[in-house]
Design a protein around this ligand. Structure first.
Ligand code: SF4
Length: 418
């Protein structure tokens, strides 16, 4: 069973939603039709170095009364619609969990009808898992915009992590792509969840034992943005992320490069480069684990991150006065800003250089530095470790050249299942 291919596993799991006498109910018979958004997926994650976790991702329904311009599930788009009821969702998840196919659950949903009704369905699913079946593992759930405060409180109490889709960096941009959504409403829900997460963490810090059945969202919130669907620049997006993170309770932001979906008002808009999404993630890592502040991030004149080099290298090239860094005496803070040296390598260099014989790049490599990147920014006992920086060899490659070279239209977008 463990070695079944993913498709077969998902078929087995969908069969758990079936009524014994009548098979799959009509609302679930189209899950494999062309153009349907499949309700199940299993993803392998690495939440932190050395740790692996499989999540069963469940889309409770792909039906929606909202009409977001970029979304394959929007109200006006013809597609096969499916709906899992809470007890079906629970049977499927527990079936996957008992077989060892996943350790945790991620639930997201469209919004057919009133948001408060959808929230009730989500809460019911989590209550069944936590309080009837005593599942104490990881549950990440997407909060629906328009939820009532009491629903936000209940959902957060039951979830390990709550996330919200902001989609855009401000209300004006959001209005262009999601006319039914309101930035202030999402922001208000975000602040409510944050308040609850911080309260729970504070009480646990004061000694209240953790309750795995009511984790209170303490794994930290996440938030999602669609990149390239609006005029929002990377600077605007990252400033918004930094502002949201400043109040605490947040784990990280997700970015989804916009993909044009067939039969939507944005079908003819060019896709955003996947590399832009990647650069945004890299910039948030700098602000999270490397000690960079939002105003240190280096942008191109238009306000976007450079695509040709990563954000740390862009910062290093913009600050020649900070380089070269001397390996034998530099502080952790100086080393971690060198391209090719991450927090782990910087820490090892600082703690181990006293007892190690460092002769050149090969020794730095053993301590975790990516020396073909770092070499041109370092000296060792006053001697340059590399004369040509790898960034100077990149002139032949301009990723921007590839952007917009052809126009692909998709039926689904990877970002819609987050
Ligand atoms: S983005 Fe969400 S709310 Fe908007 S149409 Fe898609 S599923 Fe509905």
């Amino acid at each position: 069973m463990q070695n079944l291919p993913l498709e077969r596993k998902l078929d087995v799991l969908m069969s758990l939603a079936a009524d014994d006498r009548e098979g799959l109910p009509p609302r679930l018979r189209h899950t494999k039709d062309v153009g349907a958004l499949r309700p199940l997926n299993i993803r392998n994650l690495r939440p932190r170095p050395g740790m692996r976790m499989s999540l069963l991702r469940i889309l409770m329904t792909n039906a929606c009364t909202f009409n977001c311009h970029y979304c394959p599930m929007r109200r006006d788009r013809a597609m096969p619609r499916t709906l899992l009821k809470p007890e079906e969702l629970v049977r499927i998840f527990l079936g996957a969990h008992r077989r060892g196919w996943c350790q945790g659950l991620f639930v997201t949903t469209g919004i057919p009808g009133r948001p408060v009704h959808v929230m009730d369905q989500l809460i019911q699913a989590l209550e069944l898992l936590r309080e009837r079946h005593r599942f104490g593992g990881y549950i990440h759930v997407k909060l629906v915009p328009g939820a009532e405060l009491s629903q936000i409180e209940r959902l957060t109490a039951l979830a390990s992590r709550v996330s919200l889709n902001f989609e855009a960096a401000c209300g004006a941009s959001l209005a262009q792509i999601a006319p039914d959504k309101s930035f202030p409403v999402t922001l208000d829900a975000f602040q409510q969840v944050r308040r609850l997460v911080l309260l729970e963490r504070a009480e646990q810090a004061e000694g209240r034992p953790k309750d795995p059945l009511h984790p209170g969202g303490t794994a930290g919130m996440t938030m999602q943005f669609v990149v390239g669907a609006t005029p929002d620049t990377d600077r605007t997006l990252l400033d918004t992320v930094a502002g949201l993170q400043a109040g605490g309770g947040v784990r990280h932001a997700h970015f989804s490069a916009f993909r044009p979906i067939s039969d939507t008002p944005m079908e003819n808009v060019l896709a955003a480069p996947a590399l832009r999404e990647h650069r945004l993630y890299q910039a948030t890592y700098l602000m999270g684990g490397y000690g960079f502040s939002a105003d240190e991030v280096v942008y191109e004149p238009g306000g976007n991150l450079p695509l040709a080099v990563d954000p740390k290298t862009a910062w290093a090239l913009a600050h020649p006065e900070r380089f070269p860094v001397e390996v034998s005496s530099a502080s952790y803070e100086e080393l971690v800003r060198v391209p090719g040296i991450g927090p782990v390598a910087a820490r090892r260099l600082v703690t181990e250089r006293g007892g190690a014989v460092l002769r050149g790049l090969a020794d730095l490599r053993k301590l975790g530095a990516v020396t073909n990147r770092a070499g041109g920014f370092l000296t060792l006992r006053g001697r340059r470790l590399q004369t040509t920086r790898w960034t100077e060899q990149l002139g032949f490659w301009a990723p921007e050249d590839e952007v917009g070279a052809y126009h692909m239209v998709y039926q689904v977008s990877p970002g819609t299942f987050r």
